[in-house]
Design a protein around this ligand. Sequence first.
Ligand SMILES: *[C@@H]1O[C@H](CO)[C@@H](O)[C@H](O)[C@H]1NC(C)=O
Ligand SMILES: *[C@@H]1O[C@H](CO)[C@@H](O)[C@H](O)[C@H]1NC(C)=O
Ligand SMILES: *[C@@H]1O[C@H](CO)[C@@H](O)[C@H](O)[C@H]1NC(C)=O
Ligand SMILES: *[C@@H]1O[C@H](CO)[C@@H](O)[C@H](O)[C@H]1NC(C)=O
Ligand SMILES: *[C@@H]1O[C@H](CO)[C@@H](O)[C@H](O)[C@H]1NC(C)=O
Length: 843
Amino acid sequence: MGRLRVGARTSRDGRSRTPGSGSGLLRERSESPSRCVQTTKAVLLRLRTYRFHIILALVAVLGVAWLFWPSHSASPRQQPVGVRGAGSTQWSAGARRGAEAAGMPVRRGGIGAAGAEASAAAGSAGAYAAKVTHDLRSLAEQGLQAIISSRAGPTRDQLVDIMAKVPPKHHTMRFQVCNGFANQRLSVVYGVLLAHRLGRSPVLPVLMRDGIQRDDKTVTAQGSNKVAFEEVYDLKYFLHEMAKAGIRVLEPHEAPLPSAYTEVLLGSLGANVSGALNTSYSHVQHLAVDCPLFKMSPPELDGRQDEPIIWSVLDAMRPADKPWEYVEEMQHAILQLGGLNGKPAAKYNFLHLRMENDWVEHCKRWTSIPDGVVRDNCYNGTEDIDVQLRLFAFSTDVPLYVATFWDDVDPERAKKVMGRLVEAGYRVVTSNDVFPPAMKTEGRELRALVEYNVGFGANRFIGNSVSTFAALALLERRHRGQWAAYYNGGNLPIAPYLPVHKMAWVFTYNSWSAKYDYMLKAAVRSAAHINTLKPYCIFDGNTSSPIGRWLVDNNVTMIRHVPTWRQELIKKAQARMKDNLQHSHLYKNPDMLVSTFQRVDLPVVPILDQYTYVLYTDADVYFRRPINLDDFGLPLPRSVSMSYEFYKMFPYNAGIIMANLPTMRRNYKAFLSMMLDNDDGLYYPNYGPADQGIINKFYEHDLRSQMLNQAFNTKPYNDFDGASFLIHYHGPKPHEYLSFLETGKCDFYSVCEQGFLRSLCQYAREWAVYIPEESVATRLADSCAWLTNPTIMAVFQKKTGLVAQNQAVPDDKKQEFTQQKRRQLLALAAEEARQRAAVTATA
Ligand SMILES: *[C@@H]1O[C@H](CO)[C@@H](O)[C@H](O)[C@H]1NC(C)=O
Ligand SMILES: *[C@@H]1O[C@H](CO)[C@@H](O)[C@H](O)[C@H]1NC(C)=O
Ligand SMILES: *[C@@H]1O[C@H](CO)[C@@H](O)[C@H](O)[C@H]1NC(C)=O
Ligand SMILES: *[C@@H]1O[C@H](CO)[C@@H](O)[C@H](O)[C@H]1NC(C)=O
Ligand SMILES: *[C@@H]1O[C@H](CO)[C@@H](O)[C@H](O)[C@H]1NC(C)=O
C-alpha cells in the first residue's frame, strides 16, 4: 500500500440544526409597525449578547475560505505543513499539545492536506469541494458548531402548515416518563417509537422536576413534581420536527381525556412489548402505558427501521428559551473563567464525572448482579481521571468543565480527585463557579438539561459509559460529528437498547492499488448494509483519484496521517531486504511496508482518539451481520485481539484487529522502541514478518490469553460458518481464485483448491451482491454456480480425487496436491471456462 501523510479530517454525519427559514427573531416579530423599534432594539441586544459567537463564526468562515484559497493548494505529494484553516489550527495545536502532554511523539502537519488537495481537483466539481468544506466544518473535534448553531425555529404558519399535512391518527397512546433527566429524555424517545410502531399518535408526556432515584424503583411525575414539556423543551420546534418526520405528536389538550384511556403495564407483556400490544390491544382506541424506558428488549429493536425515528426525536428535543439562555450564560462564564491573562478562552472541554455517593452505591449493586453478565467498568478510571484524560489527549491548555452533582460527593473523594486534576495542570471550572444565580432555584432535572447542553458546546466531551447521561450525550455528540469519549473502559451497556450506536471501523488504503478497489467497495458497501459501523479510512495518495472520491461519496471519513517513524522504518527494512523477501513481498517496496505498518499508529491518529475500541480490518473483507461492541464477548480485550492465520497456532493474523486504543496509547512508546530495535530488517524471529510480527511479539501475552473469535476473521478456505460476522479473503483474493481456475496457478499451495471445496462459493455469492458491476464478482459467482452443482461437483471430486475434510484450517502436508491432480483440476476448470465463454458469446 503506501506512503503515509499527516493530519486528519472530516466527519460526515454532523447534522446542522434547523436550516429553516424562520428565525427565533422573526418568530417574535409582529405585523404592527409600532413594534418595529422594539424589534430592532432586541436585535441589537441579541447581537451584543452573541458578539462572541459571531466573532467565532466569522473566524471559522474566514478560516475555511483561507483554506480553500487556490494559492494555498499544495501539491498532494508535498508535505502539507502549515496549510490549515483557522477553525482547525487550534484544534491541531491542542491535539499536539495534548499528545505532548501524554508523552507521545507529535506528528507534523495538519488538517489542510486533504482539503487543499481536494480543492485542487475540484475546480470542475464545485459540489465536491462544497462537500469537503462541509466535512471540514463538521470536523469531529469542535464545539463551535453547537455554539454558533442558530436558534431558528418554525414560524407559527410553518407549524400550522406541516400539522395539516400530518393529521392525528384514529388511535392514540399516552406514556409516562421516569427518573432523572437523561432517563426522561430517553423515555420520550421510546414512547414516540412505540406509538409509531403501533400506528398510534403519541400524546406529549408531562415531565418531572426532580427524578432522583433513591433506590432501584422508577420515579414518575406526581403532583407538584410535574413540569410541562414546554418549560423544558422548545415545544413548537419539537412538534414541527416530529411532523417533518411524519409523526403527529398530540398536545395533551388535543388528546381525548385521560378517562378515555385503557391502561396497560408494559412490564406485564413479556419480552416482545410492541408485538404483544399490537396483537392483544389493537382494538383499544386509546392506550395509556407506564414509563417505556428500556421496556422494549434489544431483539425487538431494529437499527435500520428504528434509527430514523430515534434520531428524529432526539434531534427535536432542544432546550426551551429559558434553559437555553442559561446554557449560553454558562458557556460564556466558562470561557471567561477558563481564559488566561484577561482574555477569554476560545473553547472548553467537558468532563462528566460520576463520583457521587449514589454512584458508588450504584456501582456496588450493579457489578454484583448475579446474572452471569460481565459488568467490569462502572467505577473504573474515576480516581485516576487525570491519567485517563491524558490518554484521551485532553490538553491542559483548554479549560475543563467538571460536571458532577457536588451536593452528593464525599468531600474526601472530591478533594482527592480534583487535587489530581489541578496537579496535572488542568484549569478546572465547576457548576459552583458558573451556574447562573437564577438557576439555583430551578429543579434538578432542568439544571441537568442545561449541563447536558453545555456538554454539546464543548470541544471534547468525556464521561462514564455506564451513566445514562454520559452514554446518551456521547451518542448524540458523535451523531453530530462531535468528539466524545468515555473514561471507564469496557463497553457501553446502553448500546443494545439504542440500536443507533456505531462502532468505529478503520481500514487503510491508497490511490495506487486500483486492482484491489473492487474488494474495498464490497467491504464499504457491506458495512453500510449492516448499518452498525462508522467507517474511517487512513488514506494515502490522491484523494481526488476515483477511489478517493468514491470513498468520500460513500460516507467514509478520510484520515491523512504520516507516521513519525517512517524514515527510520525504511532504513531498518533496507538492512536485510534480500533475505527478507522470502518472508514477504512487502520488503520489496518501502511504501508498501510503511503502509502495512500503519496500523500500529491506530492509537495516535487524532480523529480516532475518541474511541476506546476500534475494529481494524484489511480491505479484503466483507461484513455479513450487524456487529456491535458486545458481540466481541465480555470482558472486551485489554489490548489487542486477533485470530488464527492459516493454522490453529500462534502467531496470529493482523488482518483483523480488535484494538483497545487507550491501552495501545499507553504502550505506544515502548511498542515503537521494540519495533525499531530490530536488526533483522523488520523480520521478527518466531513472530513473523513486519507489522504482524511486532504486534504478535509485543502483545503476545494478551493475544494468547484472549483470541479473537474466528467469526470475525472467517476464511473462505475453511468450512462454511453461517454465524460469521466478517469474511476475510485471507491468502488468495477473489481474482486469484478465478485465475487459479483459468491458469491453474495458486500462490498459496492448496489453499485455492480448499476454497472451492469448502466455503468460498457460498460466501462469494453473498459477496458478489455488493459489487454487481465488477466482472470479478460475477465471474466468480458464475463459476461457483457451475461448480456447486452437486452432479458436477461429484464428477469434479472424483476426477481430481479431492475431498473436503472436516478440519477448520488446511494442513499443508496432508492436503498438498500432486502435480497430476492439480493438472486434472485445471483441465476441468479450463473446460468450464471455455464452456462459459461460449455461452456468454452466444447470449
Ligand atoms: C402492528 O400492526 C400494524 C397494523 O396491524 C402493522 O402495520 C405493524 O407493522 C405492526 N407492528 C408491529 C411492531 O408488530
Ligand atoms: C414481536 O411480535 C410481532 C407480532 O406478533 C412479530 O411480528 C415480531 O416478529 C415479534 N418480534 C420479536 C423480536 O419476536
Ligand atoms: C475495572 O477495574 C477492575 C478492578 O480493578 C478490573 O478488574 C477490571 O478489569 C477493570 N475493567 C476495565 C474495563 O478495565
Ligand atoms: C489526482 O487525481 C485526479 C483524478 O484522477 C487527477 O486529475 C489529478 O491530476 C491527480 N493529482 C495528482 C497530483 O496526481
Ligand atoms: C451518505 O450519507 C447520506 C446522509 O446520511 C445518505 O443520504 C446517503 O445515502 C449516504 N450515501 C451512501 C452511498 O451510503
